[in-house]
Design a binder for this molecule. Structure first.
Ligand SMILES: [Zn+2]
Length: 86
């Protein structure tokens, strides 16, 4: 399932934004991450940050400051409401 801007049909790389990165149009609420999903992402990120190797052998910045890749995939897949899984 892809999340695309209904105005320009480009992928929504960052579904925390309520406007499209490309055309600036408002993104429908149902395409945005819910606060719960955002919290889950933050938690996941924190978990990975904590696991950052302490050896520091050139590994500095192994997780990019730009966090958009966290949102690039279909997170949770709960957006369409048809899951019925939980
Ligand atoms: Zn757009």
């Amino acid at each position: 399932m892809a999340f695309e801007c209904p105005s320009c049909n480009r992928p929504l790389y960052n579904r925390r934004r309520d406007t499209c990165e490309f055309c600036g149009e408002a993104v429908p609420e149902e395409l945005l991450l819910s606060p719960k999903q955002q919290a889950a992402l933050d938690k996941l990120k924190e978990y990975h940050l904590r696991r950052r190797p302490s050896s520091g052998s050139g590994g500095d910045g192994w997780i990019a400051a730009d966090d958009t890749w966290w949102d690039a995939g279909d997170f949770g897949g709960g957006g369409d409401g048809g899951g019925g899984g939980d």
